[in-house]
Design a protein around this ligand. Sequence first.
Ligand SMILES: C[S@@+](CC[C@H](N)C(=O)[O-])C[C@H]1O[C@@H](n2cnc3c(N)ncnc32)[C@H](O)[C@@H]1O
Length: 200
Amino acid sequence: MPKFSLETASQRLTAEAASWLREALFEGAFAVDATVGNGFDSLFLAHQVGKTGTVLGFDVQKRALGDAREMLKFAGTIDRARFIHDSHSHLENYIEPDQLVHGAMFNLGYLPRGDRRIITRPETTILALQAVLRHLTPGGRITVLAYRGHEGGTFEYIQIRLYLEELSAEFVRVEELAGSNDSETAPRLFRILKRPTVPE
Ligand SMILES: C[S@@+](CC[C@H](N)C(=O)[O-])C[C@H]1O[C@@H](n2cnc3c(N)ncnc32)[C@H](O)[C@@H]1O
C-alpha cells in the first residue's frame, strides 16, 4: 500500500504544479529547474523569484538551453537565470554547500518536438532529487511531473514513487495527483513538501 494517497487534480497537472510551487517562492528566492527543455518552466520560475532571485536550470541538450535562453532574454528575465549544460544529477557541482533551495521543478520525459530518444532516467532523476532535498529549505517545495506514455516513462514513474515512499514522513509530505482524465499512460504529479522544522 502506498504511504501517500492519490488525489485528483481538477486543472491540468502542469498548471497544478505551477500554482502549488508558487506558494514557496518569493522575490529573492532560489529555484531549480531540473529539466529546462523549451524553457517554459524556467520562465515561470524566473517571474516568481523576481529580479533579485535565481533560477538554476539544467539540461543535457545544448540547443534546448539556447532556445530557453533566448526566450528568457526576450521576456527580460535572463539576468536571474543560470543555465547549466549538464545532468541535473551533478547539481552539487553548481551550488554552494550552504545554499538553500526554495522550490524545484522536475518536468520529466523527452523534449516536446525534440529528440524522443533523449529522456530523463530514474537513476539520475533520483540522484538529482536527493541533491535538491539536501538543499531544500524547511517549507520548500518540489514538483515532479512524470509522463508514463513513452518507453521508459512508466518505469521511471515507478522508481520515483518507490524512492518517495521510502522518505521519512517526519521529514517530507508527499502527495500524488492524477489528472481528471487518468489512464495507465496519463501523467502523474508528485508534490513534495519539506516539513517546516518544529521548534524544540
Ligand atoms: C519534458 S522536457 C522539459 C520541459 C521543460 N521544463 C519546458 O518547460 O519546456 C524534459 C527535458 O529533460 C531533459 N533531460 C533529460 N535528461 C536530463 C538530465 N539527466 N539532466 C537534465 N535534463 C535532462 C531533456 O533534454 C528535456 O529537454
